[in-house]
Design a protein. Structure first.
Length: 248
Protein backbone atom coordinates (compact mmCIF):
# COMPACT_ATOMS: atom_id res chain seq x y z
CA UNK A 1 0.00 0.00 0.00
CA UNK A 2 1.24 3.53 -0.78
CA UNK A 3 2.18 5.66 2.23
CA UNK A 4 -0.14 8.55 3.14
CA UNK A 5 0.60 11.93 1.56
CA UNK A 6 -0.62 13.80 4.63
CA UNK A 7 -0.40 12.39 8.13
CA UNK A 8 -0.50 13.52 11.73
CA UNK A 9 0.52 11.62 14.83
CA UNK A 10 -0.62 12.88 18.24
CA UNK A 11 -0.78 16.40 16.88
CA UNK A 12 -1.40 19.00 19.55
CA UNK A 13 -1.25 22.76 19.54
CA UNK A 14 -2.17 25.56 21.83
CA UNK A 15 -2.18 29.33 21.65
CA UNK A 16 -0.98 31.67 24.39
CA UNK A 17 -3.80 32.99 26.58
CA UNK A 18 -4.39 36.73 26.70
CA UNK A 19 -3.11 37.01 30.22
CA UNK A 20 0.38 35.77 30.98
CA UNK A 21 -0.82 34.39 34.30
CA UNK A 22 -3.21 31.94 32.63
CA UNK A 23 -2.07 28.75 30.93
CA UNK A 24 -2.07 28.55 27.14
CA UNK A 25 -5.29 27.49 25.46
CA UNK A 26 -5.28 24.02 23.87
CA UNK A 27 -6.77 24.00 20.36
CA UNK A 28 -5.77 20.62 18.93
CA UNK A 29 -5.52 17.73 21.37
CA UNK A 30 -3.69 14.69 20.08
CA UNK A 31 -4.97 14.26 16.53
CA UNK A 32 -3.78 11.29 14.49
CA UNK A 33 -4.85 10.83 10.89
CA UNK A 34 -3.62 9.69 7.50
CA UNK A 35 -4.82 10.84 4.09
CA UNK A 36 -3.99 8.49 1.26
CA UNK A 37 -2.96 9.48 -2.29
CA UNK A 38 -6.01 10.51 -4.36
CA UNK A 39 -8.28 10.54 -1.32
CA UNK A 40 -10.63 13.44 -0.57
CA UNK A 41 -11.17 14.08 3.13
CA UNK A 42 -13.47 16.71 4.62
CA UNK A 43 -13.03 18.21 8.06
CA UNK A 44 -16.18 19.55 9.69
CA UNK A 45 -17.18 20.53 13.22
CA UNK A 46 -18.55 23.34 15.31
CA UNK A 47 -17.08 26.82 15.04
CA UNK A 48 -13.87 27.03 17.04
CA UNK A 49 -13.35 23.25 17.09
CA UNK A 50 -9.93 23.70 15.41
CA UNK A 51 -10.63 22.88 11.74
CA UNK A 52 -8.57 25.69 10.19
CA UNK A 53 -5.79 25.27 12.74
CA UNK A 54 -5.60 21.58 11.82
CA UNK A 55 -5.44 22.44 8.10
CA UNK A 56 -2.65 24.96 8.71
CA UNK A 57 -0.66 22.46 10.79
CA UNK A 58 -1.08 19.71 8.16
CA UNK A 59 0.11 22.05 5.42
CA UNK A 60 3.07 23.40 7.37
CA UNK A 61 1.69 26.94 7.57
CA UNK A 62 1.66 26.56 11.36
CA UNK A 63 3.89 24.52 13.62
CA UNK A 64 2.18 22.31 16.21
CA UNK A 65 3.14 22.45 19.86
CA UNK A 66 3.78 18.69 19.87
CA UNK A 67 3.25 15.61 17.76
CA UNK A 68 4.33 14.90 14.22
CA UNK A 69 3.07 16.01 10.81
CA UNK A 70 4.30 14.37 7.64
CA UNK A 71 3.63 15.86 4.22
CA UNK A 72 4.70 13.95 1.10
CA UNK A 73 6.31 11.50 3.52
CA UNK A 74 8.53 14.15 5.10
CA UNK A 75 8.47 14.96 8.80
CA UNK A 76 7.90 18.74 8.73
CA UNK A 77 9.58 19.31 12.11
CA UNK A 78 12.81 17.87 10.74
CA UNK A 79 12.94 20.37 7.86
CA UNK A 80 14.17 23.94 7.88
CA UNK A 81 11.57 26.58 7.03
CA UNK A 82 12.78 27.19 3.45
CA UNK A 83 12.57 23.45 2.80
CA UNK A 84 8.99 23.35 4.12
CA UNK A 85 8.18 26.33 1.87
CA UNK A 86 9.74 24.54 -1.10
CA UNK A 87 7.74 21.38 -0.31
CA UNK A 88 4.55 23.45 -0.32
CA UNK A 89 5.54 25.28 -3.49
CA UNK A 90 6.32 22.08 -5.38
CA UNK A 91 3.58 19.77 -4.15
CA UNK A 92 0.72 21.71 -2.56
CA UNK A 93 -2.11 23.94 -3.77
CA UNK A 94 -4.27 26.10 -1.52
CA UNK A 95 -7.82 27.35 -2.00
CA UNK A 96 -9.04 29.86 0.59
CA UNK A 97 -12.43 31.39 1.28
CA UNK A 98 -11.22 34.83 0.19
CA UNK A 99 -9.69 33.66 -3.13
CA UNK A 100 -6.27 35.32 -2.45
CA UNK A 101 -5.80 36.58 -6.00
CA UNK A 102 -3.43 39.45 -6.79
CA UNK A 103 -5.79 42.33 -7.69
CA UNK A 104 -3.41 44.05 -10.12
CA UNK A 105 -2.86 40.91 -12.23
CA UNK A 106 -5.17 39.44 -14.87
CA UNK A 107 -6.78 36.03 -14.40
CA UNK A 108 -4.13 34.52 -16.71
CA UNK A 109 -1.31 36.19 -14.78
CA UNK A 110 -2.76 34.98 -11.48
CA UNK A 111 -2.88 31.41 -12.77
CA UNK A 112 0.73 31.64 -13.97
CA UNK A 113 2.03 33.40 -10.84
CA UNK A 114 3.10 30.40 -8.71
CA UNK A 115 5.18 29.04 -11.60
CA UNK A 116 6.73 32.47 -12.14
CA UNK A 117 7.61 32.75 -8.44
CA UNK A 118 9.08 29.24 -8.49
CA UNK A 119 11.01 30.10 -11.67
CA UNK A 120 9.37 27.13 -13.36
CA UNK A 121 8.08 27.78 -16.83
CA UNK A 122 4.35 27.28 -17.32
CA UNK A 123 3.50 27.54 -20.97
CA UNK A 124 0.63 29.63 -22.26
CA UNK A 125 -1.24 26.50 -23.36
CA UNK A 126 -1.26 25.16 -19.77
CA UNK A 127 -2.71 28.46 -18.49
CA UNK A 128 -5.32 28.43 -21.27
CA UNK A 129 -6.24 24.82 -20.46
CA UNK A 130 -6.53 25.55 -16.73
CA UNK A 131 -8.84 28.52 -17.35
CA UNK A 132 -10.89 26.45 -19.81
CA UNK A 133 -11.25 23.64 -17.26
CA UNK A 134 -12.99 26.06 -14.89
CA UNK A 135 -15.12 27.61 -17.66
CA UNK A 136 -13.28 30.94 -17.82
CA UNK A 137 -11.74 30.87 -21.30
CA UNK A 138 -13.32 34.22 -22.13
CA UNK A 139 -12.13 35.97 -18.97
CA UNK A 140 -8.36 35.49 -18.96
CA UNK A 141 -7.56 39.17 -19.47
CA UNK A 142 -9.84 40.42 -16.70
CA UNK A 143 -8.56 41.42 -13.29
CA UNK A 144 -10.15 39.97 -10.14
CA UNK A 145 -12.13 43.17 -9.54
CA UNK A 146 -13.85 42.66 -12.90
CA UNK A 147 -14.97 39.13 -12.01
CA UNK A 148 -17.76 37.83 -9.77
CA UNK A 149 -16.92 36.02 -6.53
CA UNK A 150 -17.64 32.65 -8.12
CA UNK A 151 -15.44 33.49 -11.10
CA UNK A 152 -12.62 34.64 -8.80
CA UNK A 153 -12.76 31.38 -6.88
CA UNK A 154 -12.63 29.49 -10.17
CA UNK A 155 -9.49 31.46 -11.10
CA UNK A 156 -8.02 30.43 -7.74
CA UNK A 157 -8.86 26.81 -8.53
CA UNK A 158 -7.41 27.12 -12.05
CA UNK A 159 -4.22 28.45 -10.42
CA UNK A 160 -4.08 25.30 -8.31
CA UNK A 161 -5.03 22.88 -11.10
CA UNK A 162 -2.48 24.33 -13.53
CA UNK A 163 0.27 23.07 -11.28
CA UNK A 164 -1.18 19.58 -10.78
CA UNK A 165 -0.34 19.56 -7.07
CA UNK A 166 -0.12 16.29 -5.19
CA UNK A 167 -2.16 17.77 -2.34
CA UNK A 168 -4.85 20.46 -2.32
CA UNK A 169 -5.79 22.11 0.98
CA UNK A 170 -9.07 24.02 0.79
CA UNK A 171 -10.31 26.16 3.68
CA UNK A 172 -13.99 27.06 3.32
CA UNK A 173 -13.66 27.42 -0.47
CA UNK A 174 -17.41 27.94 -0.89
CA UNK A 175 -17.83 30.20 2.15
CA UNK A 176 -18.22 33.37 0.07
CA UNK A 177 -20.21 31.82 -2.79
CA UNK A 178 -23.87 31.23 -3.54
CA UNK A 179 -25.17 27.67 -3.81
CA UNK A 180 -24.69 27.24 -7.53
CA UNK A 181 -21.15 28.72 -7.65
CA UNK A 182 -20.30 26.70 -4.54
CA UNK A 183 -21.46 23.50 -6.22
CA UNK A 184 -19.26 24.23 -9.27
CA UNK A 185 -16.22 24.85 -7.09
CA UNK A 186 -16.82 21.61 -5.19
CA UNK A 187 -17.24 19.67 -8.41
CA UNK A 188 -13.85 21.02 -9.52
CA UNK A 189 -12.25 19.92 -6.26
CA UNK A 190 -13.88 16.51 -6.57
CA UNK A 191 -12.53 16.16 -10.10
CA UNK A 192 -9.06 17.19 -8.91
CA UNK A 193 -9.27 14.22 -6.52
CA UNK A 194 -10.49 11.99 -9.35
CA UNK A 195 -7.49 13.13 -11.40
CA UNK A 196 -5.16 11.99 -8.63
CA UNK A 197 -4.70 14.96 -6.27
CA UNK A 198 -5.24 14.36 -2.59
CA UNK A 199 -7.76 16.89 -1.27
CA UNK A 200 -8.24 18.03 2.33
CA UNK A 201 -11.29 20.27 2.65
CA UNK A 202 -12.45 22.29 5.66
CA UNK A 203 -16.09 23.25 5.32
CA UNK A 204 -19.25 24.22 7.17
CA UNK A 205 -21.30 22.93 4.24
CA UNK A 206 -22.42 19.43 5.14
CA UNK A 207 -23.53 18.59 1.59
CA UNK A 208 -20.05 19.61 0.43
CA UNK A 209 -18.43 17.54 3.15
CA UNK A 210 -20.38 14.49 2.04
CA UNK A 211 -18.75 14.65 -1.42
CA UNK A 212 -15.55 13.42 0.18
CA UNK A 213 -14.47 9.82 0.57
CA UNK A 214 -14.18 10.37 4.30
CA UNK A 215 -15.36 12.97 6.80
CA UNK A 216 -13.62 13.81 10.07
CA UNK A 217 -15.82 15.55 12.61
CA UNK A 218 -13.86 17.65 15.09
CA UNK A 219 -15.01 18.55 18.55
CA UNK A 220 -12.88 20.55 20.97
CA UNK A 221 -9.72 19.87 18.96
CA UNK A 222 -10.15 16.10 18.77
CA UNK A 223 -11.60 13.78 16.16
CA UNK A 224 -15.09 13.07 17.48
CA UNK A 225 -16.33 10.89 14.59
CA UNK A 226 -14.97 9.51 11.36
CA UNK A 227 -17.41 8.68 8.55
CA UNK A 228 -16.52 6.58 5.51
CA UNK A 229 -18.53 6.98 2.27
CA UNK A 230 -20.59 9.65 4.05
CA UNK A 231 -24.10 10.83 3.24
CA UNK A 232 -25.25 14.40 4.03
CA UNK A 233 -27.63 12.99 6.67
CA UNK A 234 -24.86 11.03 8.35
CA UNK A 235 -22.63 14.13 8.39
CA UNK A 236 -25.47 16.22 9.80
CA UNK A 237 -26.09 13.66 12.55
CA UNK A 238 -22.41 13.50 13.47
CA UNK A 239 -22.01 17.30 13.52
CA UNK A 240 -25.14 17.68 15.65
CA UNK A 241 -23.76 15.13 18.03
CA UNK A 242 -20.42 16.98 18.19
CA UNK A 243 -22.15 20.35 18.58
CA UNK A 244 -24.53 19.24 21.28
CA UNK A 245 -21.69 17.60 23.17
CA UNK A 246 -19.89 20.94 23.05
CA UNK A 247 -22.70 22.81 24.71
CA UNK A 248 -23.28 20.34 27.53
N1 LIG B 1 -3.42 32.63 16.05
C1 LIG B 1 -4.24 32.35 17.06
N2 LIG B 1 -4.03 32.84 18.30
C2 LIG B 1 -4.85 32.54 19.32
N3 LIG B 1 -5.93 31.74 19.21
C3 LIG B 1 -6.20 31.24 18.00
C4 LIG B 1 -5.38 31.50 16.85
N4 LIG B 1 -5.91 30.85 15.79
C5 LIG B 1 -7.00 30.20 16.24
N5 LIG B 1 -7.17 30.43 17.56
C6 LIG B 1 -8.23 29.86 18.40
O1 LIG B 1 -8.24 28.47 18.18
C7 LIG B 1 -9.58 27.96 18.19
C8 LIG B 1 -9.81 27.18 16.91
O2 LIG B 1 -9.77 28.08 15.82
P1 LIG B 1 -9.98 27.56 14.32
O3 LIG B 1 -10.00 28.77 13.44
O4 LIG B 1 -9.03 26.50 14.02
O5 LIG B 1 -11.44 26.92 14.45
P2 LIG B 1 -12.46 26.52 13.31
O6 LIG B 1 -13.06 25.23 13.72
O7 LIG B 1 -11.80 26.59 11.98
O8 LIG B 1 -13.53 27.69 13.47
P3 LIG B 1 -14.53 28.34 12.40
O9 LIG B 1 -15.44 27.23 11.95
O10 LIG B 1 -15.27 29.37 13.21
O11 LIG B 1 -13.71 28.92 11.30
C9 LIG B 1 -10.49 29.16 18.35
O12 LIG B 1 -10.87 29.25 19.70
C10 LIG B 1 -9.62 30.33 17.98
O13 LIG B 1 -10.00 31.48 18.65
Amino acid sequence: MNPPLVAADSLATSFPSRSRKEPSVPVLCGISLAVMPGEMVSIVGPSGSGKSTLLYCLSGLESPTSGMVTLMGQDLASLRRPRVAALRRDHVGFVFQQFNLVPSLSARENVALPARLARRPLDAAAVTAALASVGLSEHGRKRPGELSGGQQQRVAIARVLAHRPDVVFADEPTGSLDTSNGAEVLALLRSAAAAGSTVVLVTHDLEAAALADRVLVLRDGSIHTELHSPTPDAVLGAVRSAGSALTR
